[in-house]
Design a protein around this ligand. Structure first.
Ligand code: NDP
Length: 323
């Protein structure tokens, strides 16, 4: 069997540099051989070729091939996994509508190329921000690909929430389960500990810590890292992308769930058709939203606030003709 065809966009960027070597080493798909297809804008193709040379130089036993493209159609040809990392960053003085429009110009054609050229079983993870709405744009340009094959990354927020809870309680990270990120991958996200467990037992943490410390720390962690490091969180974002795809393909553990932005089917009062983060499990074939969780008034208001932002983004891209 030839290796899995994996297309990575924005391959010459910071996240790409932290991501590709781990994919090639087997961190994402285990012992499965991989064929990497790197997409970049023409100006960054040279840098992507440099990264490809380094990948070759690692002599990874699982890496069958690495190719660089500046054309989306060719890059997504036969793709079984697509990691959409490249996006247009917000420039000085750029309004949100400008950002959405600039990203629409990237994610609409990429969705169309996936529709036309990717493998029938393609799975697409959108990392580039605004990730939820970029995933919505890409999915809506891929009418022949089931919408549940597109997801947006909130796994880094999820991992940050797990780590913060472990630090607060003194538990080991591996003993923390059932943490949830709801809503948008933005500062309105709702990291939720109401159903969290440590070593299988419900967690008692005081609500003032949750509201005044935990939630803002998780939601603003990206900004704190930029301030401390002078650059955005690339390695932890790449790690989260690896975790996301690995759990999607290999399945989540039986007593836990993870968080991912998926197309809402109306669950938990989140309007159908927007890409929102939910608690999800996978049996290896696809994401399934965890059902039956109780949502109290506090959680309701936080989820509703983040969903309101997603609806605004959806309405903005709709009025721009992007979906
Ligand atoms: P990064 O590799 O650091 O980031 C790429 C994207 O991931 C950004 O949109 C970034 O959002 C997002 N992201 C999501 N989660 C996180 C997180 N937790 N921490 C940091 N970033 C996160 O960007 P670079 O500028 O280094 O590289 C981008 C590359 O993409 C460039 O090489 C560029 O040429 C390429 N590109 C490729 C395209 C294509 O293949 N067609 C199209 C557009 C760009 P945020 O901006 O909010 O940090």
């Amino acid at each position: 069997m030839p290796g899995m065809r994996i297309t990575v966009t924005g391959a010459a960027g910071q996240i790409g540099y932290a991501l590709l070597f781990r994919i090639a080493s087997g961190a994402m798909l285990g012992d499965e051989p991989v064929r990497l297809r790197l997409l970049e804008v023409p100006a960054a193709v040279g840098a992507a070729e440099g990264t490809a040379m380094e990948l070759v130089d690692c002599a990874f036993p699982l890496l069958e091939s690495v190719d660089v493209f500046d054309d989306a159609g060719t890059a997504f040809d036969g793709a079984q996994i697509a990691l959409l990392v490249g996006a247009r960053p917000r420039g000085p003085g750029m309004e949100r509508s400008d950002l959405l429009e600039a990203n629409g110009a990237i994610f609409a054609p990429q969705g169309a190329a996936i529709n036309a050229r990717a493998a029938d079983d393609v799975r697409v993870l959108v990392v580039g921000n605004p990730a939820n709405t970029n995933a919505l744009i890409a999915a809506s340009h891929a009418p022949d690909v089931p919408a549940d094959r597109f997801s947006a990354m909130t796994r880094l927020d999820h991992n940050r929430a797990v780590a913060q809870l472990a630090a607060r309680t003194g538990a080991r990270v591996g003993d923390v389960s059932r943490v949830t990120i709801w809503g948008n991958h933005s500062t309105t996200q709702f990291p939720d500990l109401a159903h969290a467990r440590i070593s299988g037992e419900p967690v008692a943490v005081d609500s003032s810590w949750v509201e005044d410390d935990f939630i803002p720390t998780v939601a603003r962690r990206g900004a704190a890292i930029i301030e401390a490091r002078g650059a955005s969180s690339a390695a932890s974002a790449a790690n989260a992308a690896i975790d996301h795809v690995r759990d999607w393909v290999q399945g989540t553990s039986p007593h836990d769930w993870t968080s991912a932005g998926v197309i809402s089917d109306g669950a938990y009062g989140v309007p159908e058709g927007i890409v929102s983060s939910f608690p999800v499990t996978s049996d290896g074939t696809g994401w399934r939203i965890v059902d039956g969780l109780e949502i109290d008034a506090f959680a309701r208001s936080r989820i509703d606030a983040s969903v309101a932002e997603l609806l605004e983004e959806r309405d903005a891209v709709r009025s721009l003709g992007l979906i």
